[in-house]
Write a protein that binds this ligand. Structure first.
Ligand SMILES: Cc1ncc(C[n+]2csc(CCOP(=O)(O)OP(=O)(O)O)c2C)c(N)n1
Length: 286
């Protein structure tokens, strides 16, 4: 790997740390529950997308050539807002002050009407990929060359609509469509395989005719390699990047812990969470 790429990966790692720290700060300030477990599992993926993979420009959010991002696991909205704030779309202080309050553009689930820059209103699981298929078809019909990128939870892919969309994407040869999957192997109140048999998971996507890439969703080098390897948008096959992740990643007492699908941190827990995050960062760079 050349020095420029190494530097880029380190920059992304720093941004992902900043994103997690800002998420924890919000979780310690906001009085309601935050979907912190599934936010922490997608923090690296969202950092890599908004700061490396997606061709988007916060200074020109209506550019017709921009890539379109669909957060299908809409309950991770606050993680997306902060990732976008770090990229320059929004003000983190506004998010921190108003998140989840009546009248705020920063709702628990994203609303494109309230918040320009967000491409899709989501939250009802299983709808993002069908929407993304429609957007990809529209782009194809207009001869546009941008990409549509959709991020789903693995539990979400238990919804039948996901597989109808997967079939439609292959049938329509949507090479301009990329799905990222947050394979954290946890649902809301249980571990994934306890409720739904997902495995052999990559083979299921292959059987639906998709190109399958397997990545470590907490390793920037792995995410960057997956993004670098995406096919040209005029290719004939959709791609799914299955990202192996950990729910609660970066805060030891939240990792793999069903109690942290959603929750809030009081001042003492916030201090404990920040210390855990710093410790995990030190371990990662050692
Ligand atoms: C259609 C629908 N059913 C149920 C919910 C409630 N819900 C929110 S998050 C969640 C768990 C989803 O699991 P997964 O997709 O793996 O998300 P993650 O574990 O990454 O947070 C559920 C069931 C919802 N938002 N939409």
């Amino acid at each position: 790997m050349d020095d420029t790429k190494v530097g880029e990966i380190e920059r992304l790692e720093d941004l992902a740390y900043e994103l997690r720290a800002k998420l924890l700060q919000l979780c310690g300030t906001y009085e309601g529950a935050v979907h912190i477990g599934g936010d922490l599992s997608v923090a690296d993926i969202l950092t890599a997308l908004f700061n490396y993979g997606l061709h988007v420009n916060p200074a020109d959010i209506a550019d017709p050539r921009r890539d379109r991002f669909v957060l299908s696991k809409g309950h991770a909205a606050v993680c997306m807002y902060i990732a976008m704030a770090i990229r320059g779309f929004f003000s983190y202080d506004d998010i921190l002050k108003t998140y989840g309050q009546l009248g705020s553009a920063y709702g628990m689930h994203p609303c494109k009407v309230q918040l320009p820059g967000v491409e899709c209103s989501t939250g009802s699981l299983g709808h993002g990929l069908p929407l993304a298929v429609g957007m990809a078809l529209g782009a194809r019909h207009r001869g546009a060359s941008h990409r549509i990128v959709c991020l789903m939870g693995d539990g979400e892919t238990g919804e039948g609509s996901v597989w109808e969309a997967a079939m439609a994407a292959r049938s329509n040869e949507l090479g301009n469509l990329v799905a990222f999957i947050d394979r954290n192997r946890q649902l809301m109140t249980s571990f994934a395989e306890e409720r739904v048999v997902f495995e052999p998971y990559p083979d299921k996507w292959r059987a639906f005719g998709w190109e399958v890439v397997e990545a470590d969703g907490h390793d920037m080098a792995s995410l960057v390699a997956a993004i670098d390897g995406l096919p040209a948008t005029d290719s004939g096959r959709p791609t799914v990047v299955i990202c192996e992740t950990i729910k609660g990643k970066g805060v030891d007492f939240m990792e793999h812990n069903l109690a942290w699908h959603a929750g809030s941190l009081g001042p003492a827990d916030l201090e404990r969470a920040m210390a855990a995050l710093e410790a995990s960062r030190r371990k990662a760079v050692a």
